[in-house]
Design a protein around this ligand. Structure first.
Ligand code: ZN
Length: 283
């Protein structure tokens, strides 16, 4: 199942059109994604059994182009992010991979849809393609072997980063420099776990103005999705709709020789195999 946010309403995207979940279910299901994600099995049964009619004829290709496409979850209770979680990225930043997951947040007000534009608050704004985990059932003290049962699905994320603000202090603090308006595009929709297969075997790519800068696999993560969920849930209760940015592979602008950053008008295209594409332009 693919669940998108079109103009603030949760929709199921089918090949031949989409279904407004709240409207088509006559109010049985909520219009917001977060509470819906705790009831995925029920939603799936309803879809199979009732075969609700589509409320729009727009299929996946058209939905992905919609400027009204919002972040996959409008107001998650928590947004986690993992720093330096690919060995090759840690190396390009001149750092050794951390011994435990390095956690920061992208504040929820930075979330944006798959076609959002973003302003450049400094001359050193960088790109980071990331696999984003969307929590379903959630919980506390989740064992690695059961971690994927807590997950609703996955989407593509872009962890835009203002390196000036990120590195301004000593020690550096990551969260604010990664939380400017629209610095956290997520989408184009949630693909539910049953349709994704192994989250540690997904191709992840980022181009800027058509030039490929990042092209890796989630196989290279230092801490797997299962390990990250187990680690976080030992401290924080994971709740339906929470998001986890799982880190970026090598090929960010900061790691180039010489470093390169985004300019006004640049288009950042972020793709994960099977999950879709984000297209975000710098204003
Ligand atoms: Zn990142």
């Amino acid at each position: 199942m693919r669940i998108a946010n079109v103009a603030g309403r949760a929709v199921i995207v089918l090949d031949h059109g989409f279904i407004d979940v709240h409207e088509s279910s006559k109010g049985r299901f909520p219009s917001q994604a977060a509470p819906l994600l705790a009831r995925l099995a029920e939603l799936h049964d309803w879809l199979e059994r009732d075969q609700p009619a589509t409320t729009s004829s727009l299929g996946p290709h058209d939905v992905a182009q919609l400027t009204q496409l919002g972040p996959v979850v409008d107001a998650p209770s928590q947004v986690f992010a993992v720093g330096l979680n690919y060995r090759t990225h840690a190396a390009e930043m001149g750092l050794t991979p951390p011994g435990q997951p390095m956690i920061f947040t992208k504040f929820a007000s930075s979330l944006a849809g798959a076609r959002a534009t973003f302003a450049l608050p400094s001359a050193h704004v960088d790109w980071e393609a990331e696999l984003v985990v969307v929590i379903g059932r959630g919980g506390r003290d989740i064992a690695p072997t059961e971690a994927l049962d807590a997950v609703a699905g996955y989407c593509v994320g872009q962890d835009l980063s203002d390196r000036d603000l990120q590195m301004a202090g000593s020690p550096p603090q990551f969260s604010l420099g990664k939380s400017h308006r629209n610095f956290a595009p997520v989408g184009p929709w949630i693909t539910t776990v049953d349709e994704v297969g192994d989250p540690q075997d997904l191709r992840i790519q980022c181009t800027v103005n058509g030039t490929m800068f990042q092209d890796s696999s989630t196989q290279d993560m230092v801490f797997s999705v299962r390990e990250i969920i187990a680690y976080l849930s030992r401290v924080c209760e994971l709740r339906p709709g929470d998001l986890i940015f799982t880190g970026t592979p090598h090929g960010v602008g900061q790691g180039l020789h010489p470093p390169a950053f985004l300019h006004s008008g640049d288009e950042v295209v972020t793709t994960i195999g099977g999950l879709g594409t984000l297209r975000n332009r710098a204003e």
